[in-house]
Design a protein around this ligand. Structure first.
Ligand SMILES: N[C@H](CCC[C@H](N)C(=O)O)C(=O)O
Length: 281
């Protein structure tokens, strides 16, 4: 089967975008892995599929596959690219687009040719709904790590779901932190039954953080939109951050606003279209 795709990225978090409305596409975890392979396939962090909606309050359905083939609930950088992609493919002329995900509907607002603001919804903090195994909801949890090389035995984390699960640790210097060692240990930590995206943030000031994310199913990426949202939520719950925060990721910066519990997280950032192609799967 040969399918048309568009390669895009949000701050270097890169995607293969597939329009499954104008063409017949049967994506499977195995096919997703082959497309994402950076040596034998196109290469990307995630594959994003556009389908017709299954609910009346959405314009499109938005499916997300990680590079390891796992299908997941949300992708923030991908949501921005999704909004630009459906207009590029002339599937809609709207500037405000409703994208149905596995856990709800994202409202995508196309600000200009490249920039998009996304209402990422209300963060979920209740451990069973993240899911995260804990005795009670808290702003910080201590989890055992037992990593010998970096000599780390436990870590304080915030646990947040943006539709997908996140663990966020405050560290002195995100750039110097051994993310490649600690990230995988958190990703498959037994207290996260569905695995987890692991964020490591250092506080620049109450309006700015530096963040690196070891993503579930893809490894460390140059940027993670839901990770940026989760980091601001976790930081605000620990009274470390103000309502609007610039999140500096290795691939660039996002602006995240969260008024507090019960409110949506708003994310604004850029998108880029790299090339169009066809791939045999
Ligand atoms: N790896 C994530 C999905 C992609 C999230 C990230 N690329 C973003 O921009 O939010 C997960 O397994 O939940």
């Amino acid at each position: 089967m040969k399918i048309r795709f568009t390669k895009m990225h949000g701050l270097g978090n890169d995607f293969v975008m597939i329009d499954a409305i104008s063409q017949q596409v049967n994506i499977t975890p195995d096919r997703a892995r082959k497309i994402a392979d950076r040596n034998f396939g196109v290469g990307c962090d995630q594959i994003l599929i556009v389908e017709a909606p299954t609910r009346p309050d959405a314009d499109f359905k938005y499916r997300i596959f990680n590079a390891d083939g796992s299908e997941v609930e949300n992708c923030g950088n991908g949501a921005r690219c999704f909004a630009v992609f459906v207009r590029l493919r002339k599937l809609t002329g709207k500037h405000v687009i409703r994208a149905e995900t596995a856990t709800g509907v994202l409202i995508l607002n196309v600000v200009d040719k490249y920039n998009v603001t996304v209402d990422m919804g209300v963060p979920e903090l209740s451990p069973p709904k993240i899911p995260f195994i804990a005795d009670a909801e808290a702003s910080v949890y201590a989890i055992d790590i037992n990593e010998n090389t970096a000599n780390i035995s436990s870590l304080n984390i915030g646990a947040v779901s943006m539709g997908n699960p996140h663990a966020v640790a405050v560290v002195d210097d995100a750039a110097a932190y051994p993310v490649e060692l600690i990230g995988p240990l958190i990703e498959s930590h037994p207290q996260y039954p569905n695995k987890v995206n692991a964020g490591f943030m250092s506080i620049v000031n109450r309006g700015e953080i530096n963040l690196r994310v070891y993503e579930r199913g893809s490894g460390e990426t140059l940027a993670c939109g839901t990770g940026a949202c989760a980091a601001v939520v976790a930081g605000r719950l620990q009274s470390l951050l103000d309502e609007t925060v610039t999140v500096n990721l290795p691939g660039g910066s996002l602006s995240i606003t969260w008024p507090g519990p019960g409110h949506s997280v708003m994310m604004t950032g850029p998108t880029a279209t790299v090339f169009h192609g066809q791939v045999r799967i």
